[in-house]
Ligand binder design. Structure first.
Ligand code: PAF
Length: 298
């Protein structure tokens, strides 16, 4: 049955994964696309563990939303989030809970300020998904998703996600700590994989790539420490992600290969800004960003 109150904004891999997973629970959301589509209804294909399931969802765009939004899961790229939200703003209910699933940091805080009269949540996810074709999502790696309010409101508008949901979702009262953890890992892996145009596992080459990875880890730890974040065994975590996702193409490397804008301004860009404000030197992050820019990767 379609559930009038739930909407998913963005039909990329995470948007389709979330829409299909909500459908699996019987909460069939409407999927908001950037542009109008000839189709009003799609059969969303979810592939995982060699199985395929289909979920019928209505697709709408900002002009064709018919109704008001109570629960919104935002799955756009970090750089597109504010504009995408702005386009659907008239449909947001006063009590709307907005869950942000962007990579990196900065965009969530901007949204929380801009939409201070709504309940804004952020999520940090390690689920791996890719889109082999439009509306066909492959859930490649079962991860976990931490969610928590950014605006300090304690009512749980997303209770339904915490139990009997095919994605593992957990509540975290200090979600910014989780966002920092993922940011720190992405700061070390994503830009380097884009620079070397390689899979995550290839960073552990015992040579040039790995030593650059190690230097990024050290610098990132200094920024985490200066920002007052809990200590993190970042070296082990980064190596662990490189090993467990060894054959993955990182989201940034994939964007770079396709000539799309990456989320690096919200990953290493955010870290560099933070380091500057905390007076921490991060020369290897600067070098990485300069080299990426010189290759047209932004
Ligand atoms: O951005 C990504 O692709 C992922 O966060 C990660 C952890 C680098 C794995 O590919």
């Amino acid at each position: 049955m379609h559930c009038d109150k739930w909407f998913v904004l963005g039909a990329g891999s995470m948007g389709c994964l979330w829409a299909a997973s909500l459908g699996h629970k019987g909460i069939i959301p409407r999927l908001i696309l950037r542009a109008s589509s000839e189709r009003q209804h799609v059969a969303l294909k979810l592939r995982s563990d060699d199985q395929a399931q289909y979920f019928g969802v209505d697709v709408v765009c900002a002009r064709t939303i018919n109704g008001s939004i109570d629960r919104l899961v935002v799955c756009t790229k970090a750089q597109d989030t504010l504009a995408a939200l702005h386009s659907i703003e008239p449909y947001l209910n006063d009590n709307c809970h907005i869950l942000l699933l962007q990579n990196g940091m900065g965009s969530q805080q901007t949204v929380a300020q801009r939409y201070a009269n709504h309940v804004v949540w952020a999520a940090s996810s390690t689920d791996g998904a890719y889109l082999p074709a439009p509306f066909e999502v492959c859930h490649a790696g079962q991860g976990e998703t931490w969610i928590g309010p950014l605006t300090g409101v304690s009512t749980n508008g997303f209770d339904e996600l915490l139990h009997n949901f095919r994605l593992t979702v957990r509540y975290h009262p200090a979600i910014e700590e989780k966002l920092w953890e993922k940011l720190a890992i992405n700061c070390c892996i994503n830009g380097l994989t884009a620079l070397f145009n390689c899979r995550n596992g290839e960073l552990l080459d015992g040579g040039v790539k790995q030593s650059r990875l190690d230097r990024l880890v050290v610098e990132t730890c200094s920024v985490l420490h200066a920002a007052g974040m809990p200590a993190l065994p970042l070296h082990d975590r980064v190596y662990g992600v490189c090993q467990t996702t060894a054959s993955n193409i990182s989201s940034t490397c994939r964007d770079a290969r396709q000539g799309r804008a990456t989320e690096l301004p919200f990953i290493n860009g955010f870290l560099i800004d933070k380091a500057r404000s905390l007076d921490v030197a991060v020369p290897h992050h600067h070098t990485l960003m300069t080299q990426l820019r010189s290759r047209g990767i932004r």
